[in-house]
Design a protein around this ligand. Structure first.
Ligand code: G3P
Ligand code: CA
Length: 267
C-alpha cells in the first residue's frame, strides 16, 4: 500500500459535513454532497416503532430539543423535535434551509438523497447497538437496502453501500443475509485478537481510528498486507490527512470533507 499504488483516497463525510451543519441531518448530508464528498457515513438506530433513524447517541438529549432514548420513542415523536438548533445553524444569515433539513433523518430519506444525488455518492452505514436488538437492526437495514436495489451489488460494479460495525456479530449477520455487501470492521484499539492483521471472517475492510494509525503504523501496514482496505476515522487535522495520504489509506472519514478534499488537492 504505497502512494504510487493507490489511485484516489475516498473522502467520507462523517455524520455528513458535521463540522458545519448539525450531524445526521439532511442539511449536513446535502452540504457534504455539495462539498464533493465521495461517500457519506451515518449511524443507524431503531425507534420504538421499528424505523431506522440516523442518530449517533443512545439518547437524543445532545442533538435535539427532546429527551430520552431513541429506542423508547416512536418516529412521530422524533419527527416533532428539532435536531438543528443546538448547532445554531438557523441563526446564521446564510441559512436558507427548511425544518425538514434539521429534523430527525430516517435512513430511508438518506437513501433517497443518495440515489437522487445526480452523481455517484456512496454510503457507509454503521449499525449501533446491534446486540441489544438481536438482529433486528440488520434485518430492517437489509430490507430497506433491497427496496432501493442496494443490497447486492452487480458483480462487475463496486458496491454503493457498505455496512460498518464495532460488532463482528452484526457484520456476520449482514454477510449471512447479503453475502456480496461489503462489511467494515471498526477498530478502536489494537486488541490481541487482531494483532496479526486478521479481521472477523468475511470482512475485507478495516477501519482503524486515527489514534491507531498515529501510534501503530506497523499494525496498519500489516492489515493492508493481509489484503484489507483501510478506512480511517475520524480525520480532521491537516497533519493527520497528510499521514493518511503518506500511508496510502483507501478512505478518510472526516467531519470536514471540504477541508480534507482541499488538503488532498482535489479542490
Ligand atoms: O466512522 C466510524 C466512526 O463513526 C465510529 O465512531 O462513535 O463516531 O460512531 P462513532
Ligand atoms: Ca459512526
Amino acid at each position: 500500500m504505497t502512494l504510487a499504488q493507490q489511485q484516489r483516497i475516498q473522502v467520507v463525510a462523517h455524520r455528513g459535513a458535521s463540522q458545519d451543519a448539525p450531524e445526521h441531518t439532511l442539511a449536513a448530508y446535502k452540504k457534504a454532497i455539495e462539498d464533493g464528498a465521495d461517500a457519506l457515513e451515518c449511524d443507524v438506530r431503531l425507534t420504538a416503532d421499528g424505523h431506522l433513524v440516523c442518530v449517533h447517541d443512545r439518547r437524543i438529549n445532545r442533538t435535539s430539543n427532546g429527551r430520552g432514548a431513541v429506542s423508547t420513542l416512536d418516529l412521530s415523536e422524533l419527527t416533532a423535535l428539532d435536531f438543528g438548533s443546538w448547532k445554531g445553524l438557523d441563526e446564521r444569515p446564510e441559512w436558507t434551509g427548511s425544518a425538514a433539513d434539521t429534523s430527525v433523518l430516517t435512513l430511508e430519506r438518506l437513501l433517497e438523497l443518495v440515489t437522487d444525488a445526480g452523481r455517484r455518492v456512496e454510503l457507509a452505514i454503521e449499525t449501533k447497538h446491534p446486540t441489544r436488538w438481536a438482529g433486528q437492526v440488520e434485518e430492517r437495514l437489509l430490507l430497506l437496502l433491497k427496496r432501493f436495489g442496494l443490497d447486492a451489488p452487480a458483480p462487475d460494479e463496486p458496491s454503493r453501500v457498505r455496512v460498518m460495525s464495532f460488532s463482528a456479530r452484526s457484520l456476520s449477520r449482514v454477510q449471512e443475509a447479503s453475502p456480496t455487501l461489503p462489511t467494515v470492521y471498526l477498530l478502536q484499539f489494537v486488541s490481541p485478537r487482531h494483532r496479526e492483521g486478521r479481521l472477523p471472517k468475511g470482512v475485507h475492510i478495516a477501519a482503524p481510528s486515527i489514534r491507531i494509525v498515529r501510534n501503530h503504523p506497523a499494525y496498519v501496514a500489516k492489515l493492508a498486507r493481509a489484503g484489507h482496505q483501510i478506512h480511517v476515522w475520524t480525520v480532521d487535522e491537516p497533519e493527520d490527512v497528510d499521514l493518511c495520504a503518506s500511508l496510502g489509506v483507501d478512505a478518510i472519514i472526516t467531519n470536514r470533507p471540504a477541508a480534507v478534499l482541499r488538503r488532498l488537492g482535489r479542490t
